[in-house]
Design a protein around this ligand. Structure first.
Ligand code: TA6
Length: 310
């Protein structure tokens, strides 16, 4: 069972308790007035979020039933926190994909109830020796997750090094959908980099919605606005808004890649879609000494019987 620490000696607010998940992985179980959620200390990973209204009773986040809960391994689903590199590390191919933050045990710094009844949890991570040997800089990650009618996730990076640091980051959100072949995405227009099969082909998406018919793996550099998943079968929209992020990644592995992923069911690919809020590639962040960078994603659901979100 991974060790996990809490810096908070204040009592947890009502509706928040620690519990053990698979293989003893500790998580916060949150039952608020507007939503429920679960957050693992491993990777500070939000694994479940279901608002009481707007979601048609389906969770907003996908979690693989085959996710491995092993020390040093990422949890498959929810919102992996990606830092300080995205994807494979070009200069060290043997390094863990998507950095080290998602495979480290974070500490609970605080858990409070906000004035409007939401639950706000703050988790922190500082580099251990292994982290520093892989990425020789000093930093603090502070991750605030607010569970209310919307799920608000804010990642703050503080540069504690004497020099400028350059890093990639992402909130690699796995959304739950009825069937990827029957949902569309609005708001991701313009140029993108198609990275399927390891390519990096620059392409362009027109003004219309995105339909999904095959493995999809795209980086939209410079995308700063909202994206909307339309899910007619579940009669809902999922709205993704963000700040402090200059890139969005869109991913579905489809059938062949799903079969190659041991921690992902062969039949699970229709049930998920990643829309990732990040700063990756040319949009990586350069942060001077002592400065703080903040990236935030806010997700909520709306019932589709109303007008589509503008
Ligand atoms: O979402 C973009 C991506 O980089 C894909 O290429 C795919 O590798 C995905 O992340 C999942 O990566 P993981 O290391 O979690 O299996």
């Amino acid at each position: 069972m991974p060790k996990s620490t809490s810096r908070s000696d204040s009592p947890l607010p009502g509706g928040v308790r620690f519990e053990e998940g698979p293989k003893g992985f500790r998580r916060l179980a949150i039952h608020g007035s507007d939503a429920e959620a679960r957050i693992y200390l491993h990777g500070a990973q939000v694994a479940h979020f279901r608002p009481h209204r707007g979601a048609r009773d389906h969770p907003l986040l996908f979690m693989s039933r085959q996710s491995c809960f092993d020390t040093g391994q990422p949890i498959r689903g929810g919102v992996p926190v990606i830092f300080p590199w995205f994807g494979s590390r070009r200069d060290t191919p043997s390094a863990p994909a998507h950095g080290l933050a998602r495979i480290r045990e974070w500490a609970l710094e605080s858990a409070t109830q906000t004035s409007d009844g939401a639950i706000a949890v703050t988790l922190v991570l500082e580099p251990d020796e292994g982290f520093r040997s892989a990425w020789p800089f000093d930093f603090l990650l502070r991750y605030r997750v607010e569970v209310g009618a919307a799920l608000t996730m804010a990642l703050e990076v503080t540069n504690r090094s004497p020099q400028c640091i350059r890093f990639e980051e992402a909130l690699h959100t796995y959304f739950a959908v009825s069937d990827i072949r029957h949902v569309t995405v609005d708001g991701l227009h313009g140029p993108y980099v198609d990275t399927v099969g390891g390519r990096r082909d620059l392409k362009e998406h027109g003004p219309g919605p995105i339909h999904f018919e095959a493995e999809t793996d795209r980086i939209y550099p410079g995308h700063r606005s909202r994206a909307v998943i339309r899910d007619p079968a579940w009669e809902r929209y999922i709205v993704v808004e963000k700040s402090g992020s200059d890139a969005t990644v869109l991913w579905n592995p489809w059938a062949v890649k799903a079969r190659a992923m041991p921690d992902f069911g062969d039949d699970e690919w229709p049930s998920m879609l990643c829309i990732e809020t990040g700063n990756v590639g040319d949009q990586a962040v350069s942060l001077p000494p002592g400065q703080i960078h903040r990236m935030q994603a806010v997700i909520h659901a709306e019932e589709a019987s109303g007008n589509a979100p503008s």
